[in-house]
Design a binder for this molecule. Structure first.
Ligand code: MD3
Ligand code: FE
Length: 203
């Protein structure tokens, strides 16, 4: 079912539930070739979230800054192609939210362990901010923080659970957001972790 969160932001609860097994298998296959790493931010902090990518471009953080790149700096290789199941899910969900023709060229895969968090930030490294971001949550639940257009604005809390998809576009595209520290637990499909896929049109 659909749950409007704010202008341009739509939660599709459990939208991916029937294909979560397939999605996890693909994540494992991708990570076997391009393993998860804890990136170091330009400010010198080790991120508690571990990341890898698939698609033509991948997101990375290093001393040079935040950027999309065709190369995985850890493996020295390109990123695995975006599986068709991933691309189709993102395209369909964007269409349901009113963003027809979404054609993501990057999928950032985040892995959360207990205590891992994402502090409030904006996603603005993509070229065309009229394109939405589609996110898919897998495994352990997390509390998502949805803020305003400035870091200090009030935030609302939203629980994101296994199979939930959210489309973030229009006026919501530049809102601050983050994830509270993950609570420990065991999920039947993902074990001690939460995974999050974010589909983006980077270039
Ligand atoms: C709202 N990921 O990778 S997904 C990220 O659960 C990121 O791993 C979180 O924020 C996660 O950048 C949150 C939800 C999300 C993703 C992108 C957004 C919300 C967004 C972009 C704009 C506004
Ligand atoms: Fe983000």
């Amino acid at each position: 079912w659909q749950e409007p969160l704010a202008a341009g932001a739509l939660i599709l609860r459990r939208r991916a539930r029937d294909i979560t097994g397939q999605l996890m298998q693909q994540i494992e296959r991708i990570a076997a070739r391009n393993p998860f790493h804890h990136r170091i931010t330009p400010g010198g902090h080790r991120m508690s979230v571990a990341m890898t990518n698939c698609g033509a471009l991948g997101w990375s953080a290093d001393s040079r800054g935040y950027q999309y790149s065709a190369q995985d700096e850890f493996s020295g290789q390109g990123w695995p192609a975006m599986p068709q199941t991933f691309h189709r899910l993102a395209e369909e969900c964007a269409r349901e939210a009113g963003f027809a023709g979404f054609n993501p060229d990057a999928c950032l895969i985040n892995r959360y362990e207990p205590g891992a968090k994402l502090t409030l930030h904006q996603d603005k490294d993509e070229r065309d901010l009229r394109q939405p971001i589609v996110s898919v949550s897998l495994g352990l639940p997390a509390v998502f923080l949805f803020g305003g257009f400035e870091r200090g604005d009030a935030t609302q809390r939203v629980l994101l659970e296994h199979g939930d998809v959210v489309v973030w576009g229009g006026p919501s595209r530049l809102r601050y957001h983050g994830i509270l520290p993950l609570k420990a637990g065991i999920h039947p499909l993902t074990g001690a972790f939460r995974f999050n896929l974010t589909f983006r049109r980077a270039r």
